[in-house]
Design a protein around this ligand. Structure first.
Ligand code: LLP
Length: 443
């Protein structure tokens, strides 16, 4: 169990989250069900905000990377916690705005922002656009001009730091669709270009070195490389950034192969980054920039669990036992995509000892539709409630309707009370946009 979260086991031997009994949650809301612990989310948002307040005089802002988990309620929590958000599509922007999130605290990302998305951002007056291309800068310049504004931008750069994480979620190696390399002159060239644009106000740089990273040195190294580049830009083009955004990427616990960090340890990631930033700035005689960080996974990941009901169990003698649940890759595609590991338990028998090694299978028509492989459980039976930990990030946000399965609803729990923040989909939702052309209609 995780000492930072509200996860416990009650006297009935049931798993509890945020004071709510998971067996009761399954009864009330059905399964599969995403459950998010509000206290955990707020605690993590505060840890980061307070670190910037305490260690950097409040000269910065935490941006919650909302790709990790996006729905209206999360933007409300972020606003109440006095942090900003990063959005990476028109859809995330729309959701944030629908929740009434202040546009000036929205940073807009994307390696291929569509013209309509940029227009939506400009119309909403988002605080900043993180530009990642020449044509994008041209577009912003032109459209900002039409609106009589000067749009603030950062440039996405690539410091070439290799972070030790799964290759698919590593974005800062030189072969990347993101950013301009600091090493090969391309970041310099686009800096010079952005500075020529009248309706664009270049404020600084953004980098994000990857995700699910535990090595602190990776982040410090990225800061060092960026600040060396900043110093060279001052020499070469006379530009001194007022803002630096170092992205997110702090790792979380999924299984006991991962470290389980305390809030203080998460704060240390930011403290070290700040120390390096101060050191670099003072060595190079640069002013301290406004600091942005963009944690996503570490804010919501461990805040979430998914509840399933156990269905078919298939024991293949000498091979393995599959325990199938009523969800699968449509609510959590991370095993199918990255062979990500998860820890399940039986939420209705949480005190029982593990006696079996099983694989948790989903219900999709796909052999790779697995949630966890070779994990320990008590002997599972049909009707058991299975909980999977650390599903708060990149699960709901990556869910899909494959096989026309319904994306599960999500409840937010606090002090034992659970409320929908995402209502259940219905079969009607699935066919809402389907159209039968006239010539295919039945008489
Ligand atoms: N900022 C930028 C520009 C990003 O691209 C990302 C994540 C973040 C912040 C937040 O990173 P975090 O703190 O969550 O690690 N779907 C993958 C993760 C993709 C992450 C993409 N970018 C997964 O399920 O592991």
């Amino acid at each position: 169990m995780n000492e930072r979260s509200t996860l416990t086991v009650n006297e009935k031997g049931h798993l509890e989250i945020g004071g709510a009994d998971c067996v009761e949650l399954a009864k009330t809301f059905g399964t599969p069900l995403y459950v998010m612990d509000e206290a955990y989310i707020r605690r993590m948002m505060r840890v980061y905000r307070r670190t910037i307040d305490g260690e950097y005089n409040g000269n910065g802002m935490v941006l919650y990377a909302s790709k990790a988990f996006s729905c209206k309620a999360i933007y409300r929590i972020a606003e109440e916690e006095n942090i900003g958000v990063d959005v990476v599509s028109g859809g995330e922007l729309f959701t944030a705005l629908q929740a009434g999130f202040p546009a000036e605290k929205i940073y807009m990302h994307g390696n291929n922002k569509l013209p309509h998305e940029l227009e939506e951002g400009l119309n909403a007056k988002v605080g900043c656009i993180v530009a990642d291309g020449y044509e994008e800068i041209d577009f912003i310049d032109r459209e900002a001009g039409k609106r009589g504004i000067r749009q603030k931008i950062l440039l996405r750069v690539n410091p070439g730091v290799e972070a030790h994480t799964h290759a698919f979620v590593q974005t800062a190696t030189t072969d990347s669709k993101f950013g301009f390399s600091l090493q090969d002159g391309t970041a310099e060239a686009i800096t010079a270009y952005a500075l020529t644009k009248e309706n664009v106000c270049l404020e600084g740089y953004h980098c994000h070195i990857g995700s699910q990273i535990f090595e602190k040195q990776s982040f410090s190294l990225a800061v060092k490389k960026c600040m060396e580049f900043v110093a060279s830009m001052r020499e070469k083009v006379g530009f001194i950034p007022t803002k630096m955004n170092f992205g997110g990427g702090y790792g979380i616990w999924y299984t006991d192969e991962d470290r389980k960090l305390t809030p203080e340890e998460y704060a240390e990631y930011v403290q070290e980054l700040i120390q390096e930033l101060k050191k670099q700035a003072s060595e190079k005689g640069l002013p301290l920039p406004y600091l942005l960080i963009e944690p996503g996974r570490s804010i919501v990941g461990e805040a979430g669990i998914t509840l399933y009901t156990v269905g078919a169990i298939k024991e293949i003698p000498g091979v393995k036992t599959y325990v199938a649940v009523d969800g699968g890759m449509f609510d959590n595609p991370r095993y199918a995509l990255y062979q990500s590991k998860y820890t399940p338990i039986l939420a209705n028998r949480a005190k029982e000892e593990n006696t079996q090694i099983v694989s948790i299978a989903g219900k999709c028509c796909e052999s790779g539709d697995l949630i966890a492989v070779n994990v320990n459980l008590p002997k599972a039976k049909r009707g058991d409630i299975l909980a999977v930990f650390s599903t708060g990030a990149y699960n709901y946000s990556m869910a899909m309707n494959y096989n026309r399965n319904l994306i599960p609803p999500c409840v937010l729990v606090k002090d034992g009370v659970a409320e929908y923040i995402v209502k259940p989909q219905t079969y009607e939702d699935l066919v809402r946009n389907d159209v039968i052309p006239e010539r295919l209609k039945k008489e």
